[in-house]
Design a protein around this ligand. Sequence first.
Ligand SMILES: [Zn+2]
Length: 493
Amino acid sequence: MQLYDKHHIKIYNSLTGQKEIFMPINEGYVGMYVCGPTVYSNVHLGNVRTFMSFDMIFRYFKHLGYKVRYVRNITDAGHLENDADEGEDRIAKKARLEEIEPMEVVQRYTVDFHNILNAFNFLPPSIEPTATGHIIEQIEIIKTILDKGLAYEVNGSVYFDVLKYNETNDYGKLSGRNIEDLIHNTRSLDGQSDKKNPQDFALWKKAEPQHIMRWPSPWSDGFPGWHLECTAMSTKYLGEHFDIHGGGMDLKFPHHECEIAQAEAWNGQTPVNFWMHANMLIMNGKKMAKSTGNYILPNEIFSGDNPHITKAFLPSVARFFMLQANYRSILDFTNDGLLASEKGFFKLMNAIDSLKGLKTDTISSFNVKDWQQSCYDAMNDDFNTPVLIANLFEAVKQINQIKEGKATIKTDDLEMLASSMTVFTFDILGLVNPSESQNDSGKLEGAVELLIKMRDDARANKDFALSDKIRDELLEAGIQLKDGKDGTTYSTK
Ligand SMILES: [Zn+2]
């Protein structure tokens, strides 16, 4: 028997606004598509949070024994500067500004994206397709939608006819918008556009003569509209009707709404059973934006080299911090929040490290089976990681009491506790134990903490020659100590 026979997951479905029991289309299999990054700049921390939520979900399905096909795409063409099909292609613009090939932009930021996700201990998706690798599939879909009369061609570009589609379908059902409001709230076309109505969206855009990223099509040399690539790639690898489609909250409209419309216009099927959306990440209570300086790059968290944080943090500490919030809640990224998570993270790791040496007894003063069930209950309730983590800390409390002789545990219960702690902490939350880490950042953290402690001792003994020597030599090695009211912290250069 697979674990999924015992554990039924409820998922909040953005399409219905309710938590529903997850029933896969094919028993034992899960097909999940998540909109990936547009690779024209370093990956945004908010996007990291979105992908981390789906990494955790991917991990949990796998743990339950499902065979999961997880498809996360790379957008390397077609994403224009704004959602109204206006402005330049984001990748082409970056290539023009930096005077490099568009595919160099794509390569540079795809590598950055993978490096950051690896640092955060993400599992790779099953398939990571690119928009430029699926131009033929996109052209075929456009041909069918044109044949069905739900798109029109103007001057070499093809647009989806939203009003015509809405006569027989419901445009706006995912985002809760209705077409009258959309018509009322959209500014009228300025005469420059080829669209019949401002709600219409591009399936194919004719390329301007200077545009490098272009492909031949029956309508013009051009490029596909951004929304279309996800319809082409999700259905190619997961079938015309699949289980889960995820992405950031900001993609619900228009991107995902347009995906539903395209798929229904193309093959008459609603493409997805469960739509899932991860909420935003803000920083210090405000929207993160490079232009206001309220901004941090993921690798600045690891180096400490950013004015909004007082020290470097391990990737697993940042991961733990993010998973302490529910994926559907807005998360405020703050230095204080990270410091608190760091404390909690090491407390959890210490408790796990001490499991091996725990003494067993003839009775358990703690019901391990009930505790394990409550961990599953938390995850089965729409992947509620904050509740799961609260359960892990309940176990930490018990472990510490057993260590102090204030509680007892039987051998078989200890085995169950140890294996469940490992499964939930490392396999499902995806944290890495610094004491067992293959990479050096955990070891470095331990070594620097030791030197900080030695320096504190030297200062307490008024041995300022030694304390200064520790500070100066660490600085020479690229590690800067900062003395603050809560003690000494460090950053790496
Ligand atoms: Zn997408």
